[in-house]
Design a protein around this ligand. Structure first.
Ligand SMILES: Cc1cc2nc3c(=O)[nH]c(=O)nc-3n(C[C@H](O)[C@H](O)[C@H](O)COP(=O)(O)OP(=O)(O)OC[C@H]3O[C@@H](n4cnc5c(N)ncnc54)[C@H](O)[C@@H]3O)c2cc1C
Length: 446
């Protein structure tokens, strides 16, 4: 009988290499070191991140809308992570939905459902340095304060040699670790390196999104956008939805959908509903800060193995929403598994993967929810029904069914499964049908 293999665990003096210092990598390092410090255990974490989040523009930014939810702010606070006021750019008081059929304004259904906007870098291209505190910079500093060594270098190689992970970098560093953590998002050319780690890793499917930062000045922001996040459900082919988010003196514009290109961006900025959100005579011609980042659409394969785990976007995320909240949850779950249970494939399969599998399963409902949204965008009578039903609810007529469904679809508070079940509830469908028929009858009477 062979001698049983000793369990794979982190012990005093273990070394952990984390590739990527976005929210997932920084929070993983923070949680792991917090647990080790509490237990009096010496675990050394090297966190590899080439970006400098204090430099405005593309090179110091992790390109994203930067919307976070009150539930995440509260979860972070429970973990002892308080976001300073300088990091939170704008409190968002509600949504304004723009459709080809008109506008609907909705307030958060409750206080726990409030949202805020943050910056993922130091600010847009051309902005004065230090314009704003960066969310990612803040989390990276927290990981460093817990004891992580920040290695300002790009990882150019990962390999399993003799069953142990090795990381090599652009500047020629080469280090062996007890545990390798991939947290490099989906916008990294080096993601494919992890395919050689022996677990059959395949990165998640992605699509091209669009982000731009537009300097309007605080007065124009207040006048044109107010404290609302503006969500556009317009009938533009392949555009799932678009959002304009007020952030200090700037407006962040995000377009999410399938393979967004310049043509779609131009069509969006020509739309009268969009132009109505900008000062009279404004055109996008002079906009300097813009990019086409990848957005995750599916989940990775082979994302865990012995001494190997992927977290955040490079494993799985929620479809078109709450990527930062997902980075937080996967980072925490992976750190708890590594510290409390072990670092073998079996441990990650048993204690960490179920959390990621649940996100992937819920995204199936997400695809149905967004397919229904696309259908509504294409059908004027249905659009009209949605707008009428929301207006009626806001006027105090009936339960806030549509308002909460709309709110939850575009925020991170509810699962897609929960939204789907509410949207097929007979009361919801009956009300929508009734408002659609009333709208249709009224318009044919005119
Ligand atoms: C258009 C758009 C809008 C979005 N809006 C929102 C939103 O409003 N709210 C929200 O919650 N989410 C939003 N997201 C999703 C969100 O950006 C991601 O889910 C989140 O950033 C994932 O965090 P992460 O840490 O996994 O990856 P990332 O944030 O991508 O971080 C990865 C890190 O790895 C580093 N890295 C990459 N390669 C290497 C390497 N070779 N060596 C070392 N380091 C490396 C990068 O520099 C980066 O810092 C949006 C995404 C897009 C595309």
């Amino acid at each position: 009988m062979g001698i049983p293999e000793p369990p794979l665990r982190l012990t005093d003096g273990s070394r952990v290499g984390v590739v990527g210092g976005g929210p997932a990598g920084s929070l993983f390092s923070h949680f792991l070191l917090a647990m080790a410090n509490r237990a009096g255990m010496d675990i050394r974490v090297d966190l590899y991140e080439p970006r400098d989040f204090s430099i405005p523009g593309n090179s110091g930014c992790n390109k994203c809308g930067g919307i976070i939810y009150e539930s995440l702010v509260q979860s972070l606070a429970t973990d002892g992570i308080i976001l300073p006021p300088a990091v939170v750019q704008h409190g968002i008081a509600g949504f304004t939905f723009h459709t080809d059929e008109g506008i609907v304004r909705i307030k958060p259904p409750s206080d726990e459902r409030r949202i805020a906007s943050v910056r993922r870098g130091a600010g847009p291209c051309g902005a004065a340095v230090g314009l704003s505190a960066s969310f990612d910079g803040h989390l990276l500093a927290l990981a460093e304060a817990k004891g992580a060594r920040i290695v300002r270098d790009r990882v150019t190689g990962v390999a399993m040699t003799g069953g142990r992970p090795r990381i090599t970098t652009k500047s020629g560093l080469s280090e062996e670790y007890d545990l390798l953590v991939g947290a490099l998002g989906v916008n990294s050319a080096e993601l494919s390196l992890f395919e050689g780690c022996g677990t059959g890793y395949k990165p998640p499917a992605t699509s091209r999104a669009y982000i731009t930062e537009i300097l309007l000045g605080s007065e124009a922001i207040e006048k044109c956008l107010g404290d609302a996040m503006h969500v556009f459900l317009l009938d533009i082919p392949r555009l799932k939805f678009a959002a304009i988010i007020p952030k200090g003196e700037y407006a962040t514009v995000c377009l999410l959908g399938r393979d967004i290109g310049q043509e779609m961006v131009d069509a969006f900025f020509r739309h009268p509903e969009v132009l109505a959100c900008f000062p009279a005579g404004w055109t996008p011609a002079g906009v300097r800060c813009r990019c086409f980042p990848s957005i995750i659409l599916g989940e990775a394969l082979g994302a865990v193995g012995d001494r190997f785990v992927m977290i955040g976007d490079c494993y799985v995320s929620r479809l078109y929403k709450d990527g930062i909240g997902n980075a937080y949850r996967t980072a925490k779950a992976a750190a708890q598994t590594a510290f409390l249970e072990g670092i073998s494939k079996r441990d990650f399969d048993r204690y960490y993967r179920p959390i990621c599998d649940a996100v992937a399963r819920d995204n199936r409902y997400g695809r149905i929810v967004f397919a229904i949204t696309s259908l509504i965008k294409k059908m004027p009578f249905l659009r009209h029904g949605v707008v009428r039903m929301t207006h009626a609810e806001q006027a105090g007529l009936g339960t806030l069914r549509m308002r909460t469904v709309l709110w939850d679809t575009f925020t991170g508070n509810a699962t897609f499964g929960n939204i789907f079940r509410r949207a097929i509830h007979p009361f919801f469908l009956a009300r929508l049908l009734s408002e659609t028929v009333k709208g249709w009858t009224n318009s044919s009477d005119k």
